[in-house]
Design a protein around this ligand. Structure first.
Ligand code: RIB
Length: 296
C-alpha cells in the first residue's frame, strides 16, 4: 500500500502538565502531585500520530528559538515527522499549553507564542509541498487568517482539507465551504453553528461534518440517515490528545482511500488506545497496534 502524503499545518507547543486531586478555584492555592514537560500542541500531536500510523508527514509550523523549540524539533524527528518546513522564530518563545489534570479531566490554557508566526505569507512558501499532498490537516491554534488562506489554497489546488476546528471559534462560511471534512466535538460544533440543533448541522453537511462525541463515538449524516460510529471501551488514563489522534487516524485512512466508515472506525480505535497513556502523545498507537486491536 502506498503511504499517504499528509501536510499538517498548525501549532507545536510544550505541554506543562500538573496532576492534582482537585482543580483549584479562583484565588485558591492547592498542592499538586506531579509536574511533567512533554511535547504537545494540536498540530504537532496530529503530525506525530499520523507518522506513527504510517503516513509520510510534513509539519508546517513555527517554534521559538528556545529550549522548548529544540525539544519539539527533536520529538518530531524521533517520530519520523519531516521538519523541513518548521521554522524557528528568532527572539520568540515556543507555544506552551498549561494543563491541569484533575478529577478525571483536563483544563488547558494555551499561550500561542511562535505559533502566531504561522502566517499566510509563511504558508505561501510551502504551496508546492501542499499541492503534492493527498491531504492537508489544520486546526485553530494558529492565526485565523492562516486557516482562511489554507482553506482557499487547498480548494484552488484541489487538495482535500481536514479542518479540526479546535479550540472553538466562529469561522467564516468560506472556510466551511472550502473544507472537505470538519471534525468538531460537541462544544466546538455548538460554537461553529451558533447553537443550532446538531441534527440540523449534520444534515446540512452530509459526509463532511463529523461530530466527535468522546467515548460515545463519531456522528455524521450519510445522505440518508444520521449514523453514530461507536468508539471502543477502554480504561482512560489521560484523554489529552484523543481528538488529535482521531483526526490523524481518520485523515490517514481517508488519504489511503479507505471508506468513511472504515476511516472513522480506524480513528476511533486509534483514539481509544491513545487515552490509555499519559500525555497527549504518550498513548498514541502505532499502525501495528491499531490493526492488531481492530482484528480482535
Ligand atoms: O489537543 C491537545 C493539545 O491541546 C495539547 O497537547 C495542548 O498542547 C493543547 O493545545
Amino acid at each position: 500500500m502506498r503511504k499517504a502524503k499528509i501536510a499538517v499545518i498548525g501549532s507545536s507547543s510544550m505541554d506543562l502538565v500538573v496532576t492534582s486531586k482537585k482543580r483549584p478555584g479562583a484565588g485558591e492555592t492547592i498542592l499538586g502531585e506531579s509536574f511533567k514537560t512533554i511535547p504537545g500542541g494540536k498540530g504537532a500531536n496530529q503530525a506525530v500520530a499520523a507518522a506513527r500510523l504510517g503516513a509520510e508527514v510534513y509539519m508546517i509550523g513555527c517554534v521559538g528559538d528556545d529550549h522548548y523549540g529544540e525539544a519539539i524539533l527533536r520529538n518530531f524527528q524521533n517520530n519520523g515527522v519531516n521538519t523541513e518546513y518548521v521554522e524557528p522564530v528568532t527572539g520568540v518563545e515556543s507555544g506552551t499549553a498549561h494543563i491541569i489534570l484533575a478529577e478525571g479531566d483536563n483544563s488547558i490554557v494555551v499561550v500561542k507564542g511562535a505559533n502566531d508566526y504561522v502566517t499566510p505569507r509563511y504558508i505561501n512558501q510551502t504551496a508546492e509541498l501542499i499541492e503534492s499532498c493527498d491531504l492537508v490537516m489544520i486546526q485553530q491554534e494558529i492565526p485565523e487568517e492562516t486557516v482562511e488562506f489554507v482553506a482557499e489554497l487547498c480548494k484552488k489546488v484541489e487538495v482535500p482539507l481536514l479542518l479540526n476546528p479546535a479550540p472553538a471559534r466562529v469561522i467564516s462560511q468560506k472556510v466551511i465551504d472550502c473544507s472537505t471534512y470538519m471534525t468538531p466535538n460537541e462544544h466546538e460544533a455548538n460554537v461553529l453553528f451558533d447553537g443550532q440543533a446538531m441534527s440540523h448541522s449534520l444534515r446540512t453537511y452530509p459526509e463532511k461534518l463529523f461530530i466527535t462525541e468522546g467515548a460515545a463515538g463519531v456522528r455524521y449524516f450519510n445522505g440518508q440517515e444520521e449514523v453514530l460510529v461507536p468508539s471502543f471501551k477502554v480504561e482512560a488514563v489521560d484523554t489529552t490528545g484523543a481528538g488529535d489522534t482521531f483526526n490523524a487516524a481518520f485523515g490517514t485512512a481517508i488519504a489511503e482511500g479507505k471508506t468513511l466508515t472504515e476511516s472513522i472506525t480506524f480513528g476511533n480505535r486509534a483514539a481509544s488506545l491513545s487515552v490509555t497513556g499519559f500525555g497527549a502523545q504518550g498513548g498514541m498507537p502505532t499502525r501495528e497496534e491499531v490493526e492488531r486491536m481492530l482484528a480482535e
